[in-house]
Write a protein of this length. Sequence first.
Length: 367
Amino acid sequence: MNVTWDPTGGDGAARTGRLATPHGEVQTPAFMPVGTRGTVKTVDAEDLERCGADMVLANTYHLMLRPGADTVANLGELHGFMSWPGPILTDSGGYQVFSLNPRVDERGVTFRSIYDGARIELTPERAVAIQETLGADIAMVLDVLIGLPAAEQEARAAMERTLRWAERSLAAKARDDRALWGIVQGGSDPELRARSAAATASLGFAGFGIGGLSVGETPHARNAAVEAVVDELPETAPRYVMGLGDTEGILDCVARGVDLFDCVLPTRLARHGKVLSRRGDYSIKRAEWINSTEPIDPNCRCVTCRRYSRGYVRHLFATKEFLGPRLLSLHNLTYTLDLMVAIRSAIADQTFAEFRSDILGSRSAGE
């Protein structure tokens, strides 16, 4: 079975769909928790299922270094290795590699391992081969990432090289039972974004990542870039904004026709004591919660909110107990995944604009 996506409804530019993979179906718009090294930090596979996750992301860069793609394959590919039965998407590793200031040329990128300093070369072809060995349902091409803001010449050069690498990636694809998606680049320039989207679409990918965002651009610049890209992509293919997971950003992008998201934000914020809530995000570390018997969020179904008080969770952070970050991770993941359920319901009911306005209004009012 290959990977397909079919639209199931819409409300303005916002839309719902069904992503079918060899390991199950995902209703979109959807959010993927990030299992960087084969695990979403502090939670296990059963936790993810209880939180409502249908699909997760794993990181090619880290897994190719430790334990290695062949080891993962020997342990049942990613699904067996992680004991995760649902769909898995892997990024190409480009985001992590480019944070290491690698040497970049037409052949690929060369960098030093963060573990032992070994010299490693990652080409578009090798990125595809590693992801196919890992057994991901959906693999992403190796792209050229730049920081924002960036000069127009730098953004254009990165975009053009990403396109050439995309062609090489398609030629290297060997598994018919797995998907390979292209990535649109172009910095924050809507014209470059549109050109990249049209050229990437012409290569015939079945799905498209919108990369190079969530790297310091303003919400206005991000939204303009997304609009320019969506206008050039086929309506029959899924659109995935890479690395975006905040409430406002998700709502903005869904309103512009985006179907898929991933981000470490829910669990990273949790490890620092930040609670995500429809009534506004807040810190559990605040002194006002010392004697609070309130749940983290009275409207949340997660085990943390059903069983524990704000005062108790604050105590866990104050005493640096490992349980604190775990309990908040469970809450923040449930909050984000339930947000996606509510978004899909609002689109189906043709009330997405009102839903979005209500969420933004309640969050801006604050805790």
